[in-house]
Design a protein around this ligand. Structure first.
Ligand code: FAD
Length: 373
């Protein structure tokens, strides 16, 4: 069959690869001039540093099948994400852990002591937390909330934590040990030559053609048996019900000699610092050596129609609109919506890849059983 994929990010590359391997003719378009979607990496021309162009990406997963899959296409170098935050005039370790708590309160508590101490700080009058703020106050009390959660969250989401649902802080966001590995997952790493090289390897198959700098237009579908669409769901329907809300990011790039901040990611918890974090890209490739350094100051704001959509907002209004678009999508024939934009969800790369593998399997099963998709 002739299959069109809109979007050469992880979703399109993985599903496209699977279906090309199954013998289908796969054509992938992307409006950008590179493959890799938002995971795109490229070397900075002046310093040679591998830059995560659309923001920092760390691969982490508990899904061994996904880990094996990505390792088919790239060598993964060991990498653990250790995030720091500057807050109230000091630098702390994140996620909030025993080191953070002891440093913040000037104490030397052991795990059980710190747990008991934080329970004393917590606002136990909040029995059924509804908002992000309630949840944080219930878990960690006002001091840690103000230093590590409040300002950062206001900048990231552009609203008060009292307007965000408690579900954003699902679990106790604190560790009572000195583990500062940001992710819990068993498998973590960085592709040696960046994510774009990984995606290029996925796309390197005789059954796949790629056309960059090409926007999807509805008429294109006529030449294909099926379309896999990884672009924005509302965009597919020409925004006829309205626009789904996104946060976008602005990156202010600057270069330095040597080492600017000594770590890959430094958050800024204070509200009066306008950016949320600074990323120093060379620390994502600790096996490389570069004299110069490339950094991004990251600012978050509501996306305008021409901005890159980064984070789906998924508040009450968006969820209602999303349900209407999902109803339209379910009626649409000959198209499957995939990926973070096609399904309007924040998806880590490993989840994106798992879903793309499943979508390809479902398509093949439908073909075998003679079902339309
Ligand atoms: P995308 O990467 O967005 O690809 C979609 C592609 O479709 C784009 O290239 C776009 O140009 C193209 N397109 C859209 N519309 C059209 C159209 N009409 N015509 C033609 N082309 C079109 N995940 C992790 O696992 N670890 C991390 O550390 C991590 N960090 C992240 C940091 C940030 C700031 C963000 C926003 C995400 C992060 N993610 C991370 C998530 C990761 O970016 C996604 O899992 C991944 O990009 C999803 O791939 P995708 O193919 O679904 O979407």
């Amino acid at each position: 069959m002739k299959l069109l994929f809109v979007g050469a990010g992880m979703s399109g590359a993985v599903a496209g690869r699977q279906l090309a391997e199954a013998g289908h003719e796969v054509h992938i378009i992307d409006r950008r001039d590179h493959v890799g979607g938002n995971c795109h990496t490229e070397r900075d021309g002046d310093t040679g540093v591998m830059v995560h162009v659309y923001g920092p990406h760390i691969f982490h997963t508990d899904d061994e099948g996904v880990w094996d899959y990505v390792n088919r296409f790239a060598t993964f170098m060991p990498y653990k994400n250790r995030v720091k935050t500057t807050s109230q005039g000091a630098v702390y370790s994140l996620p909030v852990n025993l080191h953070t708590i002891n440093q913040f309160y000037g104490k030397t508590m052991r795990p059980a002591e710190a747990r008991a101490f934080l329970e004393e700080q917590a606002d136990t009058s909040i029995t059924d937390p509804q908002t992000f703020e309630d949840q944080a106050l219930r878990f960690v009390g006002p001091d840690l909330y103000a230093a590590f959660f409040k300002g950062y969250t206001e900048k990231q989401w552009g609203c008060s934590p009292t307007d965000l649902p408690a579900s954003i802080l699902k679990r106790l966001p604190v560790r009572f040990n000195y583990d500062d590995n940001y992710f819990f997952h068993r498998f973590q790493g960085m592709p040696e030559h960046g994510y774009t090289a990984l995606v290029e390897q996925m796309l390197d198959h005789p059954g796949i053609t790629v056309q960059l700098g090409t926007d999807y237009t509805p008429g294109m579908a006529d030449a294909y048996d099926h379309v896999f669409y990884a672009g924005p769901l509302d965009g597919y329907f020409d925004y006829k019900l309205g626009r789904l809300g996104y946060r976008t990011l602005d990156f202010e790039k600057f270069t330095e000699d040597g080492d600017y901040q000594g770590c890959a990611v430094m958050n800024y918890g204070d509200r009066d610092v306008p950016y949320t974090r600074i990323t120093e890209h060379k620390h994502f490739s600790p096996w490389e050596s570069h004299e110069g350094s490339v950094c991004y100051r990251e600012f978050s704001r509501a996306a305008e129609p021409d901005d890159i959509p980064y984070y789906p907002i998924r508040m009450v209004d968006e969820k209602a609109l999303l349900a209407d678009y999902v109803a339209l999508a379910e009626q649409a024939q000959g198209v499957t919506f995939v990926g973070r934009l096609g399904t309007y969800r924040y998806l880590d790369m490993d989840v994106t890849i798992r879903e793309a593998l499943d979508v390809a399997d479902a398509f093949l099963a439908a073909q075998t059983e003679g079902r339309a998709m």
